[in-house]
Design a protein around this ligand. Structure first.
Ligand code: B12
Ligand code: SF4
Ligand code: SF4
Length: 340
């Protein structure tokens, strides 16, 4: 068996459902990324405009790179994420322990294994945060196709998987890219609650619920609040409607540590130590307690449930202007109380 085949096999042994190899060449689709930045679709995610030169050329990040191994790790969980009364929803990826450290550890172990198999081999691990267009390298590695909802979809596994990889200083044979299977389907484009796809394969992140609830620090712009619905962290709508997610399989690396449905009153009542205890070490901690409370107050308004009145009234007097304003907006959406 060739070194490339053994490497992919080892990746599977270490928990990856998918593994493929691409050449470490500059990407052909870089103009799409530059157009995206110029249109301001990154919103307040300023880091997306940094290290521009390496996102579409991995050799600017790791000059010795000759090939790129990309792995896909499933986080599917068939218990789903249906909304419940008085509750908000968390995206599927967020109810697990944070994937960055876990996958970094596995990819490091893979690199160590490779070094023993091929002593001149070396490389760098990347998981999400490195300035690389991971989905496009994954496309060239034959892991899946870049779909109309911009997700990388595997015909065998759907899209509920994380990407992680190795930039390698050795040349390995590249896999064949996977054909585009979206066909005439447009379900994801029409299902998006905030109309975040100006066209297929382009996501205006500054309109996406995942961006608002995770990355955006200030008040969520009024025009989008209704669309955010009951999402408290992230959003899975454009994946839930995708027919390829019927092929999703439960992953071997991650198991959920909490429910996707979380009572809104309990979220709003969290103090800092309790927030850390419940959500520390999971993606839910990313927007911090303040972000989660802002999102929970918004979901309360969208629920129009009068049982949230007392909490919203309390936050309408909060010293934090973002929480105060959000609570006032949500209060105005509750039914007017009837006089006894
Ligand atoms: C910034 C970011 C976000 C932003 C912006 C998302 C976006 N679509 O750009 C926000 C916060 C909104 C976000 C949301 C989510 N994210 Co995110 N995110 C990232 C991050 C860090 C960078 C993405 C990026 O570079 N965006 C810039 C745009 C321009 O790039 P792009 O979407 O890849 O777009 C390219 C294609 O559209 C392509 N293209 C355009 N037209 C055409 C035409 C053809 C024919 C082809 C082939 C290509 C093509 O060119 C573009 C640029 O080169 C990556 C990790 C990484 N380092 O890559 C994770 C990543 C993309 N996110 C991930 C996940 C899981 C999510 C969420 C599902 C989380 C959630 N449940 O809330 C959502 C999904 C939203 C969605 N539909 O994409 C995973 C996706 C795994 C997968 N199977 O695809 C990644 C890869 C993280 C990881 N390592 O696992 N995310
Ligand atoms: S994650 Fe949600 S808000 Fe973002 S593009 Fe997909 S459906 Fe739209
Ligand atoms: S819902 Fe349809 S168009 Fe959207 S990504 Fe899935 S197959 Fe492609």
């Amino acid at each position: 068996m060739s070194l490339a085949e053994r490497l992919k096999l080892k990746a599977r042994e270490l928990g990856a459902e998918l593994a493929g190899i691409a050449a470490a060449s500059p990407l052909h689709e870089s103009s799409a990324y530059h157009a995206w930045l110029e249109a301001g679709m990154q919103g307040t995610m300023d880091y997306m405009a940094r290290n521009v030169e390496s996102r579409d050329d991995i050799t600017a990040w790791y000059p010795e790179a000759k090939s790129v191994l990309i792995c896909g790790f499933s986080y599917a969980d068939h218990t789903g994420s249906e909304g419940r009364p008085e509750s908000g929803r968390l995206a599927r990826y967020s109810v697990l322990p944070d994937y960055h450290d876990e996958l970094k550890g596995r990819l490091k172990a893979l690199l160590e294994w490779l070094k023993t198999e091929s002593p001149r081999a070396d490389g760098r691990v990347f998981v999400d945060t490195s300035p690389l267009l991971e989905r496009l390298y994954a496309r060239y590695a034959g892991v899946g196709w870049v779909a109309k909802n911009t997700m990388l979809i595997s015909p065998k596994l759907g899209s509920y998987f994380f990407l992680a990889g190795l930039a390698l200083n050795i040349e390995l044979p590249a896999d064949e890219p996977v054909a585009d299977h979206c066909g005439s389907c447009t379900r994801c484009l029409s299902a998006c609650p905030t109309d975040a796809f100006p066209r297929e394969r382009v996501l205006d992140a500054s309109r996406c619920i995942a961006y608002f609830t995770i990355e955006h620090k200030g008040p969520i712009p009024e025009g989008f609040r209704e669309g955010v619905g009951d999402w408290v962290l992230g959003c899975d709508v454009c994946q839930e409607v995708c027919p390829f997610n019927r092929f999703a399989r439960n992953g071997r690396v991650f198991s959920r540590v909490m429910e996707t449905s979380q009572p809104l009153e309990a979220l709003a009542a969290l103090d800092e130590p309790e927030f850390k205890r419940r959500f520390g070490g999971t993606p839910v901690s990313r927007p911090k307690r303040r972000g989660i409370i802002r999102n929970a107050l918004l979901a309360m308004g969208n629920s129009r449930d009068p049982r949230h009145r007392a909490t919203l009234e309390r936050f309408a007097r909060d010293p934090d202007p973002v929480l105060r304003e959000q609570a006032a907006w949500s209060l105005a959406r509750l039914p007017v109380p009837t006089q006894e």
